[in-house]
Design a binder for this molecule. Structure first.
Ligand SMILES: [Zn+2]
Length: 99
């Protein structure tokens, strides 16, 4: 896995945490959360790049226009994982099953 791929993987893992499921964040707040609570070896710059990339190509995550950010409550573009989404459900199943 490349370094960028690692930041991306960590970003998705963040949203699969039990207490983060269903929460949506704007770019700024997400980068801040990841810097505080994500893997230490990933720099703020790498997190910001991974966040930008996730908004363009969300993959497992969902970008919701107008959904207020969990932290700043700004109704801009926000990103998160919807636990009722089939793809997210499958990813959670995998996490639970993996040792
Ligand atoms: Zn925010």
């Amino acid at each position: 896995m490349t370094f960028d791929g690692f930041a991306r993987y960590e970003l998705e893992s963040f949203f699969l945490r039990r207490d983060e499921q269903g929460k949506f964040y704007c770019r700024t707040c997400l980068a801040m959360q990841l810097a505080r609570r994500g893997a230490r070896k990933i720099t703020a710059i790498a997190w910001a790049a991974a966040v930008e990339e996730a908004f363009i190509n969300p993959g497992l995550l969902r970008v919701r226009p107008g959904r207020p950010c969990e932290i700043c409550k700004q109704p801009g573009l926000s990103i998160g994982a919807d636990p009722h989404d089939d793809e997210v459900g499958d990813a959670l199943d995998l996490l639970i099953r993996s040792p």
